[in-house]
Write a protein of this length. Structure first.
Length: 287
């Protein structure tokens, strides 16, 4: 087969048509192939236990791949902690650690695909985790990920404002002095209570928006709107179970920060796989 070397005009034409095709694919991916949210199921505590059990089973079966996949997560966490220990940024240490978990659903996208392929009887490994990096999936995942990033930034801004109106705006003189102020003074208690309350609002918003939306983007090639509406629908139908799941995730993530965020190497993949199975329990399979 002979190949011809195109001239600059043909290169420009090919690039233009290629860009047009890419833009069209991205638009189609955002719209998705599902026009309306599907019916959702009522969940029980048994579904939560089953999801966690299956998530742990996925983790133990795919252990080496999963640990390698998310090794960057605790590294980033440690880096954030080191940055925060600069005295001027010390008050942001806890908000950073807590807010970092808001991005967990994005980080776990590859884990959902691994569970999906293992469930289907396929080979689930490193390749499975990155097979989601295709236009029909990655575009809506990135868009929804940007929404979560926006919530993370808003949370950091809110945490900074809370510190400034309670213990700030001056940075703490020392770590021990800052801890003493938080634990023994009225402004410190006010900061803690306000911070936990506002943080719970942000965490709740992320939970409702992302509970089943990311798995659905992978499983059904649903658009962002339909995936988010389905996630909200699941939360509306199962408020108590979803709240319980949120508390389980929050508690596990706190434990995962010990020691020095290394516990996330186990906690994150187990929760990621479990989220996939919770999605399966909440959203019936296609006929």
């Amino acid at each position: 087969m002979t190949r011809t070397i195109g001239n600059p005009l043909s290169w420009m034409a090919d690039a233009a048509f290629g860009a047009g095709r890419s833009a069209g694919e991205a638009t189609d991916a955002l719209r998705g192939t599902v026009s309306t949210p599907p019916e959702v199921c009522r969940l029980t505590n048994a579904d939560l236990r089953s999801a966690l059990r299956k998530g742990l089973d996925d983790f133990t079966s795919l252990r080496s791949d999963v640990i390698f996949l998310i090794a960057i997560y605790p590294i980033i966490g440690i880096a954030l902690a080191l940055v925060a220990f600069h005295m001027a940024r010390l008050p942001m240490l806890f908000p950073l650690a807590a807010g970092f978990t808001l991005l967990g659903p994005v980080v776990a996208t590859g884990l959902y695909e691994m569970s999906r392929q293992r469930e289907a009887g396929g080979q689930a490994g490193w390749g499975a985790a990155f097979s989601v990096m295709t236009a029909p999936v990655i575009v809506p995942v990135l868009v929804l990920g940007l929404v979560l990033m926006g919530l993370f930034i808003a949370w950091m801004f809110a945490a900074s404002l809370i510190y400034n109106v309670t213990l700030g705006p001056q940075p703490p003189a020392s770590v021990s002095g800052f801890i003493a102020e938080v634990l023994t003074t009225a402004p410190g208690w006010a900061m803690a209570v306000l911070g936990m309350g506002v943080g719970a609002v942000f965490a709740g918003a992320v939970l409702v928006l992302s509970l089943v939306s990311f798995p659905m983007l992978i499983d059904r090639r649903a658009g962002v709107t339909v995936a988010v509406l389905t996630s909200v629908k699941v939360a509306q139908e199962n408020p108590r179970i979803v709240a319980t799941w949120g508390l389980l995730v929050a508690g596990a993530m706190v434990l995962g920060t010990l020691p020095a965020f290394l516990g996330l190497v186990i906690v994150l993949p187990v929760l990621g796989h479990a989220t996939w199975h919770l999605y399966r329990a909440a959203v019936p399979g296609e006929a």
